[in-house]
Design a protein around this ligand. Structure first.
Ligand SMILES: [Zn+2]
Length: 239
């Protein structure tokens, strides 16, 4: 390889390394939380749809409309929740609630999950790690009961399973054409939007629980949380 080529290669690699470093620029949790609190409902809708496989098939107008109806759906279900012992409430609805300490797999960080058998699992490692961090942020977020945020989110997925034939998030379908056939398809991210809306409404939060996507990830991987934050900000700016 001649010198010129070598120099070019080094220049290119240098740039790449610079870019990588720029990418893993770790933000403080406080500064990210402050910025995320400034996002409006539509910003979170765009974030939710950025994870939706059918994203490109749905117009911006429809995204906002469907998301609005999903939020209303979550709020309506929240009206049926009485009291503040949500574990008991979930059990009364026929769900089982398990609280193991650690996530199942080591590589994938899971905070909570719902299984079709009716089992809700809240991984307490996440809750225990989150509590002191959220306490530090209480001037921004208020008092946060993260266990209940996670539980209610998953409980909504259970409710949607029970009401699969009638509930908006399960019955809303869009028509996709694969000539010469058409097929109707559910929009998965509407379930997530509604589950967040449900938890938010029951707990009377003044901000979107989507903010915890970044905060909880930060507990396990600051670089990944910072990258997710940057991604959310880019989605907002591109809109
Ligand atoms: Zn969910």
């Amino acid at each position: 390889m001649g010198n010129m080529a070598k120099e070019l290669m080094y220049a290119f690699m240098g740039k790449k390394i610079e870019k990588e470093e720029e990418k893993i620029n770790v933000h403080s949790l406080r500064s990210m939380t402050e910025e995320l609190l400034k996002l409006n409902e539509n910003d979170w809708v765009l974030y939710a749809f950025s994870r939706e496989p059918l994203e490109r098939k749905i117009s911006l107008e429809d995204k906002f409309q469907f998301a609005y109806l999903a939020r209303v759906c979550g709020e309506n279900e929240a009206n049926n929740i009485a009291g503040n012992d949500f574990t008991k409430c979930a059990e009364n609805m026929g769900f089982t609630v398990k609280t193991p300490h650690m996530p199942n797999g080591g590589a994938n960080v899971t905070f909570a999950q719902y299984e079709e058998s009716g089992k809700i699992t809240i991984f307490m490692d996440t809750v225990k790690k989150a509590e002191p961090v959220l306490y530090e942020l209480k001037d921004l977020l208020g008092k946060v009961d993260i266990y209940s945020v996670l539980l209610l989110h998953e409980m909504f997925h259970g409710i949607e399973q029970i009401k699969a034939d009638t509930i908006y998030t399960k019955t809303k379908k869009i028509q996709l054409w694969r000539k010469p056939f058409s097929n109707l398809s559910r929009i998965g991210c509407l379930s997530e939007i509604a589950a967040m809306s449900f938890a938010r409404s029951v707990l009377d939060l003044s901000y979107s629980p989507y903010i915890f996507d970044v905060i909880l990830m930060y507990l396990y991987n600051r670089e990944a949380a910072s990258m997710l934050f940057d991604e959310i900000m880019e989605i907002k700016e591109a809109a």
